[in-house]
Ligand binder design. Structure first.
Ligand SMILES: [Zn+2]
Length: 386
């Protein structure tokens, strides 16, 4: 900007400020901003092009290793079937202070036994536990009892939970009669009751971020992500139920089985509205959640999220979701530091910066491992402080 132009801009600004000082803005009336309605003199950048460099200089602390050993409740490691794969995952875990990974890519029957056998035969049998899964396609009369029997066998073989039951449950899975399988379909009651009797958690991912169910317009916070990924668009009500319909089915399921421990994935997709999740925790003592893939929500509300994680410190577990070792340190930094205005690892998730929550040690320990040790039976205790 030339010196002359700068002076004119400043003059306009000074006049506007003087005018507004004399005529206070009426309630509800928005004061025109200097330059309002003016067209940029240069072609504006696209959403993909505009990447302003932050000039902010503040203390910064990267955290390559978590302060305490961690259980990753929401692990999706590569198949744990070969010694090479197992060693590769453990090497990455050691760097991050991840002590135990729960394989939430649940497998049943022979595929479960294969992974259990491979881990048991490795040098790292105390670093992994396995969940089983449920085949929720073509559910019909008798399916619930059959799945419950299979669950019992998988747990006898060594599985320590069910999950991750993926978002297809509710969004797209069809019953044998062709109708959509609702989350609270009574046919599945024997499965959830068996999980309660066996004392294992049920880990369910329901729906997806609520913006994925909304029109893809320029007010949508996830516009870029929706424009990039066609398989994340659920705004067609002829094909998919609404977000709220899925939430209602999910909450009825949790309520109908008070003795079953449920873990709703991704903070239940309420991380942008933590008070709502808080009300769920208040009314459902059997409910837990985990923080996988929603760090961008916590990091944009450091004060409220900190209060929330302290208030519900007994209900929230650490989980990462996709296994990208270089992404875990972003979680440690948000949870452990008071850093300000730093980048998240995916710009299409979040057009904003993150802030550290500076959680107290006692809360970090519950988040990182104590809550997982409490609700998941059979996690090896070695390596965790008392
Ligand atoms: Zn997952």
């Amino acid at each position: 900007m030339s010196h002359a132009l700068l002076s004119i801009t400043f003059l306009t600004f000074a006049v506007t400020v003087a005018a507004s000082a004399q005529q206070p803005t009426a309630p509800g009336q928005i004061r025109p901003r200097p330059g309002e309605g003016r067209d940029p003199e240069f072609p504006p950048p696209t959403i993909l092009e505009y990447k302003p460099r932050s000039t902010l200089v503040v203390p910064a602390h990267t955290v390559p290793r978590a302060k305490f050993p961690v259980v990753d409740f929401h692990g999706h490691p590569p198949a744990l079937t070969s010694p090479e794969n197992i060693q590769r995952v453990v090497d990455a875990m050691d760097q991050l202070n991840l002590r135990v990974m729960i394989n939430a890519s649940g497998r049943s029957q022979d595929r479960l036994k294969q992974q259990l056998a491979a881990v048991a035969a490795s040098k790292h049998k105390d670093r992994f536990v396995m969940f089983t899964t449920l085949n929720l396609r073509d559910i019909g009369p008798g399916s619930g009892a059959r799945l419950a029997a299979q669950l019992e066998a998988d747990v006898a073989a060594g599985a320590v939970g069910i999950g991750e039951i993926n978002k297809g449950f509710g969004l797209s899975a069809r019953k044998a009669d062709g109708t959509r399988l609702k989350l609270d379909d009574p046919e599945l009651d024997p499965v959830w009751e068996t999980a309660a009797r066996l004392g294992i958690p049920v880990f369910i991912h329901t729906a997806d971020p609520s913006e994925f169910f909304q029109p893809i317009d320029y007010q949508n916070e996830r516009w870029l992500e929706l424009a990039l990924f066609s398989n994340r668009r659920y705004n067609d009500r002829a094909r998919y139920p609404s977000f709220e319909e899925l939430m209602a089915e999910r909450d009825r399921l949790f309520k109908r089985h008070p003795k079953t421990t449920f873990v709703t994935a991704h903070l239940g997709w309420h991380a942008h509205d933590l008070a709502r999740l808080g009300r769920m925790f208040d009314s459902l003592p059997n409910l837990y959640s985990e923080v996988g893939a929603v760090l961008y929500e916590l990091g944009r509300q450091p004060r409220f999220a900190r209060e929330f994680l302290i208030k519900y410190q007994d209900r929230i577990l650490f989980g990462k979701d996709s296994f990208q070792p270089d992404e875990y340190p972003y979680y440690w930094r948000v949870f452990e530091t008071n850093d300000e205005y730093f980048d998240y690892y995916r710009d299409y998730h979040a057009f904003w910066k993150l802030y550290g929550l500076g959680l107290p040690d006692a809360v970090l320990k519950k988040l990182y491992y104590l809550n997982a040790l409490k609700i998941v039976p059979g996690i090896p205790r070695a390596g965790f402080p008392g």
